[in-house]
Design a protein around this ligand. Structure first.
Ligand code: GAL
Length: 428
């Protein structure tokens, strides 16, 4: 293992202040004009800066250190769930010609943004070199490919439409912790019971987690076809079905904690872990937080699809890129080799809660939950996550997030919210 690790997790609040410096990465190679690095280091830009997410990154770095002992990993992580601070900072660095050696990007429309801006190199040569052409699911490859060129290497697949609950809190309030809710209304009846008992029924955090909740409610109410139609224009954002879904979202938000806007996902999930809330809707990176604290699935907590979304896998995948002008492209390639390897994907995903993107990883290396997620991914209807870069470009997601914040903070009513969502996605 290397010892001289440089860590530069930047707190969300100071990320923007640091952005002109480029030096916030702590990388000596950072700030050069590109391609001129010594090749003995790699700055890896992610938002896995703390807690269980950092544990996942650390596991991947452990494999990297074994596979590439001569290349130093430089941690360019920027704190803030779902890249809420990292993506803005990254954009500024890319525009200033100061790219990291590799960065995390979601497969799908988010990746498309970087491709359209000419910020990524084609890495299809690495797919040949590392023998990856058959390694990943075809659908996923489509999201990474344009005009025959492949722009990143996937590290994992997460499921967004998951509901986490504290079994003791539910039992103490006369609610069956194994209840499977066929609809949002059935679930809301139990949330009502919890609220009457003075328990926080549903924990949520800052704006992006509210968009995450919104996405799963749209999916529950519109079904996979109607939900997917929101992104290709075949579902009318102004229609009555969307109005009904937004009413359900409003109702769901009425069961949430008042201090939500000051929290990020780890704190909201922690409320369920600690028994301070009954439920949390979060992607399956949440399971890594439960497990890190020795909580047992089925004993301490339950993991289930969000009510009304059973049989649907709300999909997202993290992937790693080779930015145009990366200062240490040899380091980038070494990182991509580790990310793509069975060893890298096994170590990373076992710690992160996701499932490997590679189809040849051994399910026996993963937890009971992850084995069930693998099964769901192979047989469920797959839809693209809104909050995590699969369904819409970053610019649209930003508009949707702003509209959602306005609505949940009381600055707009439901009709205005619906119009703003329609306007945000117009042209998609
Ligand atoms: C997602 C990302 C996940 C996880 C999550 C919370 O966007 O794909 O890997 O990090 O954000 O930060």
């Amino acid at each position: 293992m290397r010892v001289n690790r440089k860590v530069s997790a930047v707190a969300a609040g100071v990320a923007i202040a640091a952005l002109t410096l480029g030096a916030c990465s702590g990388s000596s190679g950072s700030g050069s004009s590109g391609g001129s690095g010594s090749g003995d280091e790699v700055e890896v830009f992610t938002w896995w800066a703390a807690g269980s997410e950092k544990a996942g990154l650390d596991a991947l770095v452990g494999v990297f250190d074994d596979q590439h002992p001569d290349i130093e990993f430089v941690n360019g992580a920027v704190a803030g769930g779902a890249g809420s601070a990292a993506k803005d900072l990254l954009q500024s660095r890319l525009q200033a010609g100061d790219p990291p050696d590799t960065f995390q990007a979601h497969a799908g429309m988010e990746l498309q943004d970087y491709i359209n801006a000419g910020q990524l190199e084609d890495v299809s040569g690495l797919y040949d070199e590392f023998n990856l052409r058959e390694a990943f699911p075809e659908d996923l490859m489509e999201l990474l490919t344009q005009d025959g060129k492949i722009y990143s290497i996937p590290s994992n697949i997460h499921r967004a439409n998951m509901l986490w609950s504290n079994r003791a809190v539910l039992e103490d309030n006369g609610i069956d912790p194994d209840a499977s809710y066929a609809s949002l209304d059935e679930w809301f009846a139990d949330l009502e019971t919890l609220q009457d008992a003075g328990v926080t029924p549903l924990s949520v955090a800052t704006a992006w987690t509210q968009v995450h909740l919104l996405e799963t409610i749209l999916l529950a109410d519109l079904g996979p076809e109607g939900y997917s139609g929101l992104w290709d224009g075949s579902t009318d954002w102004e229609g009555a079905e969307v109005t009904a879904a937004l009413e359900d979202f409003e109702q769901a938000m009425s069961y949430t904690n008042d201090d939500r806007d000051g929290l990020d996902w780890p704190e909201a999930t922690q409320m369920v872990i600690d028994g301070n809330a009954a439920f949390n809707v979060m992607g399956d990176w949440a399971i890594a937080a439960f497990e890190e604290q020795d909580k047992q699935l089925g004993t301490d907590f339950t993991a289930a699809p969000v009510p009304g979304t059973d049989g649907v896998f709300d999909f997202l995948a993290d992937s790693f890129t080779l930015p145009t002008g990366a200062p240490n492209p040899e380091g980038s390639e070494a990182w991509l080799e580790t990310v793509s390897s069975v060893e890298g994907q096994t170590a990373f995903n076992a710690a992160k809660g996701s499932i490997p993107a590679r189809e040849d990883a051994d399910p026996a290396d993963f937890s009971e939950y992850q084995q069930s997620a693998m099964e769901s991914f192979s047989q469920d209807t797959i839809v693209s996550s809104l909050a995590h870069g699969a369904a819409v470009p970053v610019s649209q997601l930003n508009l949707i997030t702003d509209a959602t914040s306005k609505f949940t903070s009381g600055a707009s009513d439901l009709a205005a919210f619906q119009s703003e969502l329609a306007a945000a996605t117009a042209g998609s």
